[in-house]
Design a protein around this ligand. Structure first.
Ligand code: SF4
Length: 403
């Protein structure tokens, strides 16, 4: 008899993970955002948008890294004027980013952009209850069939909401988003994606959670102004993981100071770790300690190199000794439990053979090939549009051990 209430555990879900929050689908160029579509990775250029060569060059580098949607800033008429030329030379949807000047939004919408991002809080005339400027942008976006991101930012929240709630807190941000959604809906416009950005992780997490309780529009998630890596990546992960684990988020951007290209790998890492988009092998390796029985660093380095670029959602566990090695290896798709210069190889939770330390990497690669051919149909069926990619990863159940 335990002094703890074990019935709670009996009724707790055994398979962890919340399903995606149900959102409507919004088409952005050739991608569909929201619904059950994968969380799309987005970034933003740092060049002067009117410098078409520099902007296109940066977008190509982002595309090469795996960026799926790109945003460019449009603060001046010459930036709006460059949008058609940029769009004609890139392969991913182009988003124009507008602040302050609704006329820039109207000018940008004359070009073949795939989405417009505006911050209604800094576009409207102060104390204009009709939201005339925002309405003009909505009407033009609607007539051109272009979706819009309503980008609420804690740093530029309307004064009345700051006064009502005391400061730019999560409910104030969500009320701001809902206010502009209602204005847009009153114009018969529903192609809306919402962001609720804050540089404060706690504020951002709660704002997205609150919004998801109230609305079914897809969200673009990010921790704004996260600063300089590596802290900025850790901070983004700290903020975005709870949001993603709650099933919220339909597009993602990691805001890093400087070159935007590293934002892409960081976004995919966060999506991989939260199992929202698993597109490469997940390597489980222990930190090593005095019990280490093999040269784990060398093995992992070699394995990483051999698996580099592989689009395979396989979970591989390589632990340095027998403390947790067998347990982790059984729970992974493929694993090694090391001891005395040898490794026991596991596949699908079963011991398959024992190999010498020098043969561990080769043995793992052979098992990966076997796993791939055994699971090819399952992976393709789970995701016909993105081969080698799954939501969720690895085995969940340990085999029942007799006796
Ligand atoms: S698995 Fe073994 S070697 Fe690795 S950290 Fe744990 S006890 Fe140490």
């Amino acid at each position: 008899m335990s002094r703890f209430d074990l019935s709670l555990l009996e009724h707790a879900p055994r398979v962890p993970g919340k399903p995606r929050h149900k959102t409507r689908e919004v088409r952005v160029g050739d991608r569909v955002i929201g619904g059950q579509n994968p969380v799309a990775v987005q970034s933003m250029t740092t060049s002067d948008t009117f410098d078409v060569e520099a902007t296109v060059k940066q977008i190509h580098a982002l595309e090469e890294a795996g960026c799926e949607l790109v945003r460019v800033t449009v603060p001046k008429p010459e930036d709006a004027g460059a949008l058609s030329a940029i769009k004609g030379r890139i392969g991913i949807p182009l988003i124009c980013d507008i602040h302050f000047d609704y006329k820039m939004a109207l000018a940008a919408l004359d070009h073949p952009v795939d989405k417009i991002r505006i911050n209604p809080g800094n576009i409207n005339k102060a104390n204009d209850p009709t939201h005339d400027r925002f309405r003009q942008v909505v009407r033009k976006a609607k007539s051109r069939g272009i979706p819009m991101r309503i980008g609420v930012n804690a740093g530029s929240l309307e004064r009345d909401l700051c006064e009502k709630y005391g400061f730019p807190c999560p409910p104030a941000m969500v009320e701001s988003a809902l206010r502009y959604i209602e204005v847009a809906e009153s114009e018969g416009y529903h192609d809306i994606i919402v962001s609720l950005k804050s540089s404060d992780v706690l504020v951002a997490v709660e704002a997205y959670r609150l919004f998801a309780q109230l609305a079914d529009y897809p969200t673009h998630i990010g921790i704004t102004e996260a600063g300089k890596p590596p802290y900025a990546v850790t901070k983004s992960a700290a903020g975005l993981a709870p949001i993603l684990l709650d099933g919220i988020g339909d597009t993602i951007r990691i805001s890093l100071l400087g070159d935007p290209v590293p934002e892409i790998a960081a976004a995919y890492d966060i999506l991989q770790a939260t199992q929202r988009r698993v597109r490469r092998p997940e390597l489980i390796a222990c930190p090593t300690c005095g019990r280490l029985a093999i040269d784990l660093e060398k093995i992992i380095a070699e394995l990483e190199q051999r698996l580099s670029g592989r689009r395979l959602p396989v979970k591989i566990s390589v632990l340095g000794c027998v403390v947790n090695g067998p347990g982790e290896a059984r729970e992974a798709d493929i694993g090694i439990a090391a001891g005395n210069g040898k490794g026991m190889v596991y596949r699908n939770g079963e011991e398959v053979r024992r190999v010498d330390e020098k043969d561990i990497v080769e043995a793992l690669m052979e098992e990966v090939a076997r796993w791939e051919s055994e699971n090819a149909g399952k992976i393709a069926a789970a995701n016909p549009t993105r081969p080698g990619e799954l939501e969720g990863l690895g085995r969940r159940k340990l085999p029942v051990v007799a006796g």
